[in-house]
Design a protein around this ligand. Structure first.
Ligand code: SF4
Length: 527
């Protein structure tokens, strides 16, 4: 290392001008601190590694510190965990997976107690199962359903398992105070709760302590360290720098331990589908800076299509369980009471499925040979989406295999075969004809028939009447009748809450318009 190399990374205006000697000295102190903490007890360490600069620097620092200890002192396990959301930027995802492989090899040859783990969300909790299967709208700040399921849960599950087998764990993160004022405030608050030197309790997991060795480093210092010290598991830090270069923001998506991270997508290491950021910087920058990355364009197009501000016309007027919920809306001083939009309608769930399969076909065709087996949506996710559509949405015409075959030209091999054969496309078409375009009537009939079918295969039919009644509650009114009924209920509740007896009388006696009464099982059968 020499002074000239440092000039490659001139300090920015808002970061202190750390001199090389001071930095090397602080590295030595940090190495000592890590060694002392490691040797102090038998509590296993779990390091969050995303493949980005901060977590790479943290892991490299720890690796180098532990490697300097004699082998007999490297007594406790260091788990390196990476969460793959299954919707990662494919280039970054391939980079991280390769890094984990290299890490595992190097740990073996260097006799390091490091074990790498690639964590994924449970199939029922993945992005596609949420968006296409259940119809959750593309995540927004007000409805950010993704981070917990895709990032926090897999790592927390792993940490809990380590606690279960070892009693305690120390979680090591590459978070830094200079990332943002908000991050600094959170970290300073945690510092006040420190139970041991350098360690504070994990905010959500019992028996877990947090250690953030590079908390006071600036971005320049992180790059300085990565560029001047070789990667100990033989993975190129220069290539990492090249991946970062050319983008406006260089935040990475660290191991997310809670949803307080403003948007884990505003980084080069977020999900390619992320709609919490204005544009996907990593993909767009990669394509702009490198002609050979043009094959990623279908992913950018898909994200853009998903990221429309007002998607209400694509969504059901009822919430996911079929009820109409109203909210007061204020636009430019004008208030109105409107239904809260629910999940994507069937045609849009099917459309997103078609689009993601098309994008997969396109990238497989145009990607370089080593990326041709790229999978944007896993067969297990397709199977779970199919199950939800069949069993929870009662869409027994089973459209998923048809869409899959249309787009890919191949039959869908369900990893969990065992589909209902009693109701199918023929029965669906007959009901469609009988409904004469009345979609609510079609929904009601298909739900009733399929509910009966589901109970037929059960050994006990207890609860069937309640379930049938719920079908009427959610699907026997037209959209306008259901919304009118929600207003009626709301007005009644409001009047009762405010003790307005006259208003209640008017509503109950029908002076204010009352919506038509709902159909029910008995009226349909016996009237
Ligand atoms: S990167 Fe975006 S889509 Fe992915 S978990 Fe974070 S907020 Fe959600």
């Amino acid at each position: 290392m020499n002074a000239e190399q440092i000039n490659l990374f001139p300090p920015s205006q808002n970061t202190p001008n750390t001199k090389i000697e001071e930095f090397v000295e602080s590295l030595e102190l940090l190495t000592q601190e890590i060694q002392e903490l490691y040797c102090l007890d038998h509590i296993p360490w779990v390091i969050g590694y995303s493949g980005g600069k901060d977590s790479t620097a943290t892991l490299q620092l720890i690796w180098n510190a532990i490697a300097k200890l004699p082998p007999e002192k490297r007594h406790k396990k260091i788990h390196v965990i990476t969460t793959d959301t299954l919707v990662e930027n494919p280039v970054v995802s391939a980079w991280v997976k390769k890094s984990l492989e290299k890490m595992q090899e190097a740990a073996k040859t260097q006799n390091m107690p490091v074990q790498a783990h690639l964590l994924v969300p449970e199939i029922a909790q993945t992005y596609w199962v949420g968006l296409i299967g259940k119809g959750y709208p593309a995540p927004r700040h007000k409805f950010r359903w993704c981070t917990g399921r895709l990032k926090v849960d897999p790592s927390n599950r792993f940490i809990r398992n380590v606690v279960r087998s070892s009693g305690e764990t120390i979680v090591v993160l590459g978070t830094r105070k200079t990332e943002s004022a908000n991050r600094a405030a959170i970290m300073e608050k945690r510092e006040l709760k420190r139970v041991r030197e350098h360690l504070c309790p994990h905010p959500h997991l019992p028996s877990s302590l947090l250690y953030t060795p590079i908390e006071s480093w600036t971005t320049d210092e992180v790059w300085l360290y990565l560029m001047q010290f070789e990667n100990p598991w033989n993975y190129s830090n220069k290539d990492l720098f090249a991946m970062y270069r050319g983008a406006t923001a260089d935040n990475e998506c660290p191991l997310v331990i809670d949803t307080s991270t403003p948007s884990c997508g505003s980084s080069r290491f977020g999900c390619w589908v992320c709609t919490l950021v204005d544009s996907d910087k990593s993909l767009t920058a990669m394509i702009n800076n490198d002609e050979e990355k043009e094959w990623l364009q279908p992913l950018v197009d898909f994200r853009l299509e998903l990221d429309i501000w007002n998607d209400h016309d694509k969504r059901d007027f009822r919430r996911i369980f079929g009820t109409v919920q109203l909210f007061e809306r204020n636009v430019d001083g004008e208030t109105s009471v409107e239904p809260i939009p629910g999940p994507y309608k069937r045609e849009w769930r099917e459309y997103w499925l078609k689009r993601v399969l098309e994008a997969q076909q396109q990238v497989r065709k145009n990607a370089p040979p080593d990326m041709r087996d790229i999978t944007l949506i896993q067969p297990e996710e397709l199977s779970e989406i199919r199950r939800i559509w069949l069993e929870e949405r009662h869409e027994f015409d089973d459209s998923l295999p048809r869409i899959y075959q249309e787009v890919t030209g191949e039959p869908f091999e369900d990893p969990r075969p065992g589909n209902n054969a009693m109701l199918g496309v023929d029965e669906w078409q007959i009901l469609e004809e009988l409904s004469e375009g009345d979609m609510m009537y079609l929904e009601l009939m298909t739900k009733l028939l399929d509910t009966e079918r589901q109970y037929k295969t059960m050994s006990r039919r207890t609860g069937i009447y309640d379930t049938l009644e719920r079908c009427f509650e959610t699907s026997s009114r037209s959209q306008s009748e259901a919304i009118a009924n929600a207003h009626y209920q709301r007005n009644l509740k409001q009047a009762a809450k405010e003790g307005k007896v006259e208003d209640i009388k008017k509503i109950v006696n029908g002076e204010k318009p009352e919506p038509p009464q709902q159909l029910n099982w008995a009226s349909l059968k016996f009237s």
